[in-house]
Design a protein around this ligand. Structure first.
Ligand SMILES: CC(C)(COP(=O)(O)OP(=O)(O)OC[C@H]1O[C@@H](n2cnc3c(N)ncnc32)[C@H](O)[C@@H]1OP(=O)(O)O)[C@@H](O)C(=O)NCCC(=O)NCCS
Length: 391
């Protein structure tokens, strides 16, 4: 392997981008042809590689987006396709490319980074912690409600993207963790890269657009698969389920995404809803602690903490902060006695509302008085963090 000092991090040239995509295809077992064809002559501008000056040794993909927490939109770097070359693993190249990527993210002023992990241990060492779920529920068709309450179901799709963005934005803002989908993420729900067909329908009540669903044809196994489901009112949730029930001549069961405490599965009165085993956890990394604390939304309460954050991978986050919330508005400044001590991983899990400080204290990642722990939990409480997207 090249000497660590000679490793170069940055945007790849075209040949390096092609090498990146091939490595990625090998690592994640997909055919790279389509991706290679879509690379511009300058290489993929969202790809980052670690090279020895020529050969690609490790890499990742950035999808700059945002997440909502407490009704506030925070910029978030979604990171995907992380790999190190098969011939160069366990030489800290994956760690290095990730750390470069996180520092670049911080330099761009983005306070958060999120990803799904094949290898949580690898990401924990980089300051990530499981911080939310992406869940699918499977229900036999005959358990679905069948009352549409005057809803109109109309085909929709990429031609109405602006309207669907607005609907989804309303839904995401009221929840926690959902990403502000870019064109790239919308494609998965309306117009997939692999050319497969999705059928999307909007759910209106008179002039009011209250939900939408996109789904795949029932497969040979008679299971209807919902790709995306967004509902903003209880009646649109009931209507969406009713719309799905209209497929029972071709499907025996439906699989749909819904938050851990989402409205869709709760509306199924019988005990038919079951977790799909494909439930995923996603991980969050607080890339810039003061910015993340200040930009988040909070309940309309007052609180004051003197915290000490420990961040072994990014020591620029380590230190003491006074974190004050006044009527839900946060202010952070350096100082204080650090009497509430948090590992940056614990902060990530608490920040999204995924874990309570007491749970993190049980793992030794938080230490503080009972009253500080209870109040810290209260300020981050909110809807259970979830994602509808994969990356
Ligand atoms: C996961 C992957 C990126 C790790 O890259 P790497 O360069 O081998 O990892 P590093 O050498 O930087 O590892 C740093 C630390 O992470 C942890 N780690 C790395 N790989 C691990 C594994 N497979 N299992 C458990 N811990 C692991 C270890 O603590 C390691 O330190 P150590 O070697 O001193 O014990 C690499 O195995 C890979 O490309 N896998 C295939 C693609 C993939 O799964 N990517 C992740 C997508 S989410």
């Amino acid at each position: 392997m090249a000497h660590p000092a000679s490793l170069v991090y940055g945007k790849p040239n075209y040949d390096q981008a092609v090498a990146f995509v091939k490595h990625s295809g090998q690592a994640f077992a997909f055919d790279p042809t389509q991706w290679i064809q879509s690379l511009g002559n300058d290489g993929g501008s969202n790809i980052r590689t670690l090279t020895d000056g020529a050969q690609v040794l490790a890499g990742l993909v950035f999808h700059p987006t945002a997440q909502w927490y407490g009704g506030s939109r925070l910029t978030c770097q979604v990171i995907a396709s992380v790999f190190s070359a098969a011939e160069a693993r366990r030489q800290k190249l994956g760690y290095k490319v990730m750390l470069h990527g996180l520092r670049e993210t911080r330099a761009q002023g983005m306070p958060l980074a999120a990803l799904y992990a094949t290898t949580p241990a690898f990401y924990r060492a980089l300051g990530f912690e499981p911080a939310g779920h992406r869940l699918f529920w499977k229900v036999p068709m005959h358990h679905l409600p069948t009352v549409s309450e005057g809803a109109q179901f109309r085909p929709t799709g990429p031609h109405e993207q602006a309207i669907l963005h607005e609907l989804y934005g309303r839904y995401a803002k009221a929840n926690a963790g959902l990403i502000d989908r870019t064109e790239h993420f919308w494609r998965y729900h309306l117009n997939p890269y692999d050319g497969s067909t999705l059928y999307a329908y909007r759910i209106d009540f008179g002039d009011s657009l209250e939900g939408y669903v996109s789904l795949r044809h029932a497969r040979a196994n008679r299971i209807l698969t919902v790709q995306d489901a967004v509902v903003t009112t209880p009646r649109s949730a009931r209507a969406l389920l009713t719309f799905l029930s209209h497929h029972q001549s071709v499907a025996d069961a439906v699989i749909f995404p819904d938050a851990p405490q989402g409205s869709l599965h709760k509306l199924i009165a019988t005990n038919g809803a079951r977790f799909e085993p494909t439930c995923d956890e996603w991980l969050l990394r607080i890339v810039h602690v003061p910015a993340a604390l200040e930009q988040r939304g909070y309940p309309l309460l007052d609180a004051r903490f003197e915290i000490e954050v420990d961040d072994p991978a990014m020591p620029e986050n380590t230190g003491r902060l006074i974190f004050e919330i006044t009527r839900g508005h946060a202010r952070v400044r350096e100082g204080g006695d650090g009497r509430l001590r948090l590992d940056v991983r614990a902060l990530a899990a608490i920040y999204t509302g995924f874990a309570h400080p007491l749970e993190m204290a049980a793992s030794g990642l938080v230490d503080g008085s009972e009253s500080d722990l209870a109040l810290f939990g209260a300020v981050f409480a909110g809807p259970r963090p979830t994602l509808l997207d994969s990356f």
